[in-house]
Design a protein around this ligand. Sequence first.
Ligand code: PEP
Length: 247
Amino acid sequence: MGRKFCVGGNWKMNGSKASITDLCKVLTAGPLDPNVEIVVGCPAVYISFARSLLPESIRVAGQNAYKAKSGAFTGEMAPSMLLDVGADWVIIGHSERRQIFGESDELIAEKVAFALAEGMKVIACIGETLQEREAGQTEAVCFRQTKAIAATVKDWTNVVIAYEPVWAIGTGKTATPAQAQEVHAALRKWFTENVSPEVSDAIRIQYGGSVTAANCRELGSQPDIDGFLVGGASLKPEFVQIVNAKQ
Ligand code: PEP
């Protein structure tokens, strides 16, 4: 298998030049496990600033990108613009984009495909709400969201899936390692059956939802968890410990 552990930070709409300077100092000092791919999702306006402060080994991501090269899309940004200012990754389909901004499975799938075609690497987010979990729909929802993405993606090399149960995001309620592993294993089986055994073997599936320094080791030791997408804790020095969860 040999999937490289990949840890993403999602800074969301947080930060200032001052706080980003402090955070980048902490990340630069590390030390960070050299066997881990690290990506930080930075507010678009600060991407070039963060890029200028971070070592090359830490990649920078946008948190959204539209599905067109340019045009009359007020407030949006194109993948080529993110690339131009130093982000070669983009987070697409975060539950906050789905829930607050009403992004549909289809729009997210189109954005994923467009960002890939423009040469970006993509963290594509999926995950069920509490209501969906309690109704026994966890797998159905995750499979539906993944299926929409699979309808547009032909080459999965530059895609990381982030499984983020919505009820665990920013709530302090982490999925247990067993709960997370169960969904990750089901997703991998879905890839085997619906895409190919090769893609299923190679694709990295991150877990996201209240990951902290305290719970990252146990989560990271699950066989189908290939990294994390971290919100709140990615703004704190403990992000270094989360990156180093496999050490
Ligand atoms: C996220 O925003 O992707 C996330 C997982 O947030 P938190 O770690 O704060 O739950």
